[in-house]
Design a protein around this ligand. Structure first.
Ligand SMILES: C[S@@+](CC[C@H](N)C(=O)[O-])C[C@H]1O[C@@H](n2cnc3c(N)ncnc32)[C@H](O)[C@@H]1O
Length: 235
């Protein structure tokens, strides 16, 4: 499963697909929405990392990380701001944040193999002050609260494809996010499943849209649009 750049890719097409047997909200449930899928993905990636030192897939590509860091730099987010990466995967974004200078970073993922892989990559980079935790964001421990910034790159997309009541899971996501973020905290989401309007619909009851970050546009059959949406909300 890969999504190498903002321009799209196999997973983008699969994740975006509303064909097949769509659920009530129009998305066809998919293995991409299950813990078993991600655990198997990161078990493979962990093995590849151990054998070849390859950190694996960066969802939405390098530019998706640079875009978020540029935004934080422009907003003068203090380097000691507490940052939570929701569904960190291989944790490469945590590494980029630490290399930029952020010092209070936490990555969570419900896949133990993802957290093991993140830990190995972080160790190789010689970074020691990043917190990692196996944690289901939909069943968040009360200790994970009061964050200044929450980041989601592809995790809400994955949750939206859960075969088991995705609508309820999305509602739970918004509740968990509200608990995790402090008042006036920022939520930065990058999604290939949802348009800006759809994301507004999901989040605007509890969060206010601050900014849409520019992402590459595609044009096809006389229509143009963005293959990826990147939005900043504030609580
Ligand atoms: C598309 S991948 C993106 C990984 C990473 N954010 C990146 O940009 O490379 C989705 C990630 O979300 C994680 N995930 C999905 N549902 C989750 C949940 N309920 N709680 C925590 N992590 C979850 C998966 O294990 C996977 O690592």
């Amino acid at each position: 499963m890969s999504l190498g750049s903002d321009g799209g890719g196999g997973a983008a097409a699969a994740a975006r697909s509303r064909e097949g047997s769509p659920g009530k909200d129009g998305f066809a449930p998919s293995a991409l929405g299950t813990r078993e899928h991600w655990d198997a993905v990161y078990q493979r990636e962990l093995q590849t990392f151990q054998e070849y030192g390859d950190a694996g897939e960066i969802w939405f590509g390098e530019e998706s990380m640079n875009r978020l860091i540029r935004w934080m730099e422009k907003q003068k987010i203090p380097l000691d701001a507490s940052i939570l990466d929701i569904g960190t995967g291989n944790g490469v974004f945590l590494v980029e944040l630490a290399k930029f200078g952020f010092s209070n970073i936490t990555g969570i993922d419900y896949s133990p193999s993802a957290i093991q892989l993140s830990g190995s990559i972080i160790e190789r980079e010689g970074l020691s002050n990043i917190k990692l935790k196996v944690e289901d964001f939909l069943n968040l421990s009360t200790k994970l609260s009061g964050f200044h910034i929450c980041i989601d790159k592809g995790t809400f997309d994955a949750i939206s494809l859960n075969p088991d009541n995705a609508i309820e899971k999305r509602k739970q996501y918004v509740k968990s996010l509200s608990r995790a973020l402090k008042i006036k905290g920022f939520f930065l989401i990058t999604s290939c499943n949802w348009t800006k309007e759809e994301l507004l619909n999901e989040f605007s009851e509890e969060f206010e849209l601050c900014e849409e970050l520019p992402t590459p546009k595609f044009s096809f059959g006389g229509r143009s649009g963005n293959s990826v949406a990147a939005l900043v909300f504030q609580k």
